[in-house]
Ligand binder design. Structure first.
Ligand SMILES: [Zn+2]
Length: 143
């Protein structure tokens, strides 16, 4: 990875970068070979890290990776109870979509999460929602 990005001097941006690297390390540490997709995605993110909200970029990158791995939950069913999802969805570990009642947490507009999953864009999520998804991301992803 390159060193010398100007955002290395910004501690909030650097902290989120380090957290993202930790998530990826935990996710990939047992892989025998690492697909170039991951390096290219990280390099692309590093170049834009100073321009955008880094939590948004990190979430979009993780969503892209899960999609690349075929593990992004694009179903319309709750991961826990398998019933159809409603207008709001909550997210569980690994960005699995669940009913708010099934996880006991408030969720997000389903259409906004669907847009995130389809377009790898957090544009319809407000900063508070991005903070909540980032906090969930820090719980890591199953391998
Ligand atoms: Zn459910």
């Amino acid at each position: 990875m390159h060193i010398g990005y100007e955002w290395l001097g910004s501690s909030p941006k650097l902290l989120i970068w380090q957290q993202l690297c930790q998530i990826l390390y935990d996710k990939l540490k047992d892989a025998h070979e690492i697909d170039s997709f991951y390096f290219l995605a990280l390099e692309k993110a590093a170049k834009k890290w100073s321009l955008m909200n880094p939590k948004r970029m990190a979430i979009e990158l993780l969503i892209s990776m899960l999609d690349h791995e075929g593990r992004l939950d694009k179903s319309n069913r709750c991961f826990y109870c398998q019933q159809n999802l409603l207008e709001n969805v909550a997210l569980a570990k690994g960005y699995a979509k669940v009913h708010e009642n099934c996880i006991g947490a408030s969720g997000f507009r389903h259409e906004h999460i669907a847009h995130l999953y389809e377009n790898k864009s957090t544009i319809f999520l407000n900063d508070n929602e991005v903070d909540r998804i980032w906090a969930l991301s820090l719980q890591g992803f199953a391998n």
